[in-house]
Design a protein around this ligand. Structure first.
Ligand SMILES: [Zn+2]
Length: 119
């Protein structure tokens, strides 16, 4: 009996957004959250290596690990998450690095974020 109840709760959790109470298909919470975040893409130098750094993602509302994973997959590069920032392995070449940042921006926009490149 208790097991049945648990099953039912689990099912409900999966279907209804805890924030707005709407069914998941109708919920736009994540979309709104993504658009609200001010994401910045810039470069940082670490031991002679240029990193592309994506900051401004609120990990309380957005699954930052998922974003990092998707970016790493898209660009076939290494990366880590540090202090709520995604660091992606960049290019040593300055011009290449610049176009890399633009590509990241495009990808983030595709994912529903508003992102800007800081130069
Ligand atoms: Zn919602």
């Amino acid at each position: 009996m208790l097991l049945e109840e648990n099953k039912k709760n689990k099912k409900n959790n999966m279907e209804v957004c805890p924030k707005c109470g709407l069914p998941k298909e109708a919920c736009v919470c994540e979309t709104l959250e993504k658009a609200k975040q001010k994401i910045q893409i810039s470069t940082e130098k670490r031991k002679f290596k240029e990193m592309a750094v994506i900051s401004g993602i609120d990990s309380r509302t957005i699954d930052i690990k998922k974003i990092a994973k998707e970016l790493k997959k898209e660009f076939a590069c290494g990366g880590t998450i540090k202090n709520n920032k995604i660091e992606l392995q960049g290019h040593s070449d300055r011009i290449q690095q610049k176009s890399f940042l633009r590509k990241i921006q495009e990808k983030l926009k595709e994912m529903g974020f508003s992102a800007e490149v800081i130069e």
